[in-house]
Design a protein around this ligand. Structure first.
Ligand code: PRP
Ligand code: ADE
Length: 179
């Protein structure tokens, strides 16, 4: 049953060689967003996983920008709020910020300093884990706010880049894995 649902999601991820730079095999989720049945299936799978894993969560935190496509519908299903972790310069008020590297470049992420209270339980979501640079940076921001990170959750894991090893002891879960 779950295999069939996973296949429906996997069939809507499209590979593009050499994007955005030579040597990168880009995994594009646009077809998944375009297909309402596949997208609903995706959110169903994520909801089932989170409900089965965690009895209490305060927030879903999502990463700019593709984490914003998945985080809010998942948070709605769970009946909880969503916290954006944004690229630098987009969030008003006091923020925490951090620089990081990803598979194809460097960037800076920010979170509002009052986004989460100390001890609140958070699941961090994104579309994809490659080197893990982005997810690690988001974890550091949430740790600075003293959140309890329950899990880092992605649709797609690029196994060969070993991003999950960078997360050390933080629990990690991916729906789909690619070598
Ligand atoms: C992509 C992807 C992840 C990150 C993964 O985001 O959505 O956030 O790269 O790479 P890493 O594991 O090597 O850090 P990108 O910065 O391209 O931004 P976008 O979501 O706005 O396209
Ligand atoms: N972000 C980092 N690496 C990526 C890849 N190979 N495909 C899609 N998004 C990415």
């Amino acid at each position: 049953m779950s295999e069939e649902r996973l296949r429906r999601v996997r069939d809507r991820v499209r590979p593009f060689p050499d994007f955005p730079e030579p040597g990168v095999l880009f995994r594009d989720i646009s077809p998944l967003l375009k297909d309402p049945v596949a997208f609903r299936t995706l959110i169903d799978l994520l909801e089932d996983h989170v409900r089965a894993s965690f009895p209490k969560i305060d927030f879903i935190a999502g990463l700019d920008s593709r984490g914003f496509l998945i985080g809010p519908p998942l948070a709605q299903r769970l009946g909880i709020g969503f916290v954006p972790v944004r690229k630098k310069g987009k969030l008003p008020g006091p923020t925490e910020s951090i620089s990081y590297s990803l598979e194809y470049g460097k960037a800076e992420l920010e979170i509002q300093s009052d986004a989460v209270e100390p001890g609140q339980k958070v699941v961090i979501v994104d579309d994809l884990l490659a080197t893990g640079g982005t997810m690690c940076a988001a974890c550091e921001l949430l740790k600075r706010l003293k959140a309890e990170i329950l899990e880092c959750l992605v649709i797609i894991e690029l196994k060969a880049l070993k991003g999950s090893e960078k997360l050390n002891s933080i629990p990690f879960y991916s729906l789909l894995q690619y070598d």
